[in-house]
Design a protein around this ligand. Sequence first.
Ligand code: PLP
Length: 337
Amino acid sequence: MASDVGVCLGHYRELVKSGRYKASSREAAECLSLLFGRSIAVGEEVRLDELMPKPRAHRVYDSPLELLTAGWPTPLLKVSGPPKEAYAKLEWYNHFSASVKDRTVYYLLRSVEGERVVEVSSGNVAVALAAVGNVLGKKVKVYIPTAGRYVAPFLDFLGVEYQVLDVSMTVEALEHLQKDIREGAVHPNQFGNDMNFIAHLRTAAELDWQLSSVGRRPDYIIAGLGTSGHASALGFYFGVKYGTKLIGVQPRDWIPGIRRVETGMKWISLVEAEIVDVSLREALEGVREFARKTGLLIGPSAGAVYKAFTAQRHGGVYVLIFPDSLMKYALLLEQLR
Ligand code: PLP
């Protein structure tokens, strides 16, 4: 693709603002083709509506990939009423990794050519790549930092090759890929591949569609920061369309799946965001409070998002992104007891 999503942002901004956009240059056509997942010709006009989900009423699907895309939207649950009204996007209703990362991986894998794929991941991306890789017939290998070893049993069952490394952060594992890349494996690169950001413009369109059905526009979106892909794309789309503010959550110490902005992330600089710190203890308190209130077991980074929401003073409509559920973390929680 165009090596930097920056060149596409102007085109995406107009599309989001006016709901339709004519690809009047080759660059525009290329940017729109990436977002819409089909070839768009110069001169063709596209509509934002095309990105909205087309759910199957009876939930009958012909193939696993169809289960993913026609299974959208993931549920949006109202978790509190005015003056601080909040809607939680339950991303564990993605079927492969039971996380928001199915969306990223679906776009990443379509953007790379080659049968062998190598990536680093501390959890959800590893599972999503292994799973979607199986569906698409790709041979996947993943390197996992020590903290992500709780996903190893899932990778065993999915039958992919993996190696747990003695490093604490996922980005530190990147240098281990070089040998595989030299030997012909492709690296989708969730940290640098703009398809990560673009995938979540579609998530944003889906969320917009859901909120519109109940006559709501978000004043705030609260989301955790890992690669910053989902938070930045949602911040961009809703910022352009409604002036929504993004609140990005980073760990004060350590929370699986998210990290601190100063460790380097590509897309957060494309949007204005307020960054808040949440500790692991607070995140798990958030998980506990949410479970007592709703009966739903959300993952630690979702707990951090919920905790950041409860600390907010301003009234308005909030959207909280819950990337996954607690189920995958059983092994990890056992160690934290
Ligand atoms: N929460 C969990 C559980 C994750 O696995 C991730 C990313 O791996 C995130 C949050 C952050 O998502 P992103 O990489 O889009 O910033």
